[in-house]
Design a protein around this ligand. Structure first.
Ligand SMILES: *[C@@H]1O[C@H](CO)[C@@H](O)[C@H](O)[C@H]1NC(C)=O
Length: 332
């Protein structure tokens, strides 16, 4: 299928780019402005990304624009085009047709692509499982496996998966146990005592990317003393040097205090030490509830979302340069 750019202000910016870059081609002006810039001016929440075998970057977003799983593509990571494709055209029998949240894709050594995503469990509506699906091509169609990777419906469900390949080649998936979906009301349903946990779990998987190996282990949780608000969520894990960086968001996604933080560890299973100084926040970017960030395994770039406008309906995708130094990650 041919990529199709939706008509939006960013489309015109893309069309104008060759002209602008020839005019602004001096080395000084090629330096990008500090801070995130809008990569997609449309609803594209919880973006993740990977570089495919064709050398292009592919981003995956939560259901929106009439698609269960949205896909965008970029040659240079700076400018992005929304593709008119449905990456998940078929469903597994455990899931309903709605709530395909926070997809994440990894490329296996054999060239296949595995997508992790959350879908609503038929057996427990309004709660979710993490499913897996496989494709030969980065933009799909992904064919779902019948067995979800994790459900944890006893604790609210499993959402927000992200894949990781360790230095020894072992594969893992991190995800959130959606405890606040079984909370007691208030802020994101977890503002009323007794507050419940929203742990981040680490599940080892086989070389196929989706068969669990052993049990999942808990590597992080929300904590009132850390000012996490009702939850931690949207985990993604990278290894930089000898340090594992676990990026995550705190607070309700509608709260101006939604953010991107990280915790570090020298072993993949932890213990993870939180750096409670948000790497990305409304205060240091001017964005509206920024969060849902994914950082490149290469450590130098990321995608995240923030509300597009003050109406706080759609969440646009933003792009940022990242600087990791030792155990510290910051906007470049
Ligand atoms: C990267 O971060 C380190 C440590 O915070 C800092 O010393 C360095 O100047 C930063 N580099 C850039 C390019 O921002």
């Amino acid at each position: 299928m041919q990529p199709f750019s939706i008509a939006s202000p960013s489309t015109w910016a893309l069309l104008a780019l060759p002209f602008l870059s020839s005019v602004l081609g001096s080395p000084l002006l090629q330096q990008r402005a500090k801070g995130p810039w809008k990569g997609l001016d449309t609803n594209f929440p919880d973006p993740s990304f990977m570089k495919a075998a064709d050398g292009k970057w592919y981003a995956f977003g939560t259901n929106g624009n009439g698609k269960r799983v949205q896909v965008a593509r970029s040659d240079d990571f700076n400018t992005w085009t929304l593709l008119d494709v449905e990456a998940l055209p078929t469903l597994a029998s455990w899931e309903t047709n709605i709530d395909h949240w926070a997809p994440d894709v990894v490329m296996l050594d054999n060239g296949k692509y595995v997508m992790y995503y959350s879908g609503e469990a038929k057996s427990d509506l309004r709660h979710h499982c993490v499913g897996t699906a496989v494709s030969d091509k980065p933009a799909g169609p992904y064919v779902p496996n019948e067995t979800p990777l994790s459900c944890r419906l006893d604790r609210g469900g499993s959402i927000d998966p992200a894949g990781f390949k360790d230095k020894d080649g072992s594969r893992y998936v991190v995800f959130k146990v959606d405890g606040n979906s079984k909370g007691h009301g208030g802020d994101c349903n977890n503002g009323v005592e007794p507050l419940v946990g929203t742990p981040i779990l680490l599940q080892k998987v086989g070389a196929d990317g989706f068969t669990p190996v052993g049990d999942a282990v808990e590597i992080l949780d929300r904590n009132t003393a850390d000012n996490d608000g009702p939850l931690v969520e949207a985990p993604n894990l990278i290894l930089h040097g000898d340090t594992y960086f676990l990026f995550y968001s705190t607070h309700c996604f509608t709260d101006p205090k939604y953010d991107v933080r990280y915790a570090t560890a020298s072993s993949i299973t932890g213990p993870y030490t939180k750096n409670n100084n948000p790497m990305i926040s409304a205060a240091n970017t001017g964005l509206l509830s920024p969060g849902g960030g994914t950082v490149c395994g290469c450590g130098d770039r990321m995608l995240l979302h923030a509300f597009c406008t003050e109406e706080r309906t759609d969440r646009c995708m933003y792009v940022a340069d990242v600087n990791i130094s030792g155990k510290t990650a910051s906007l470049a």
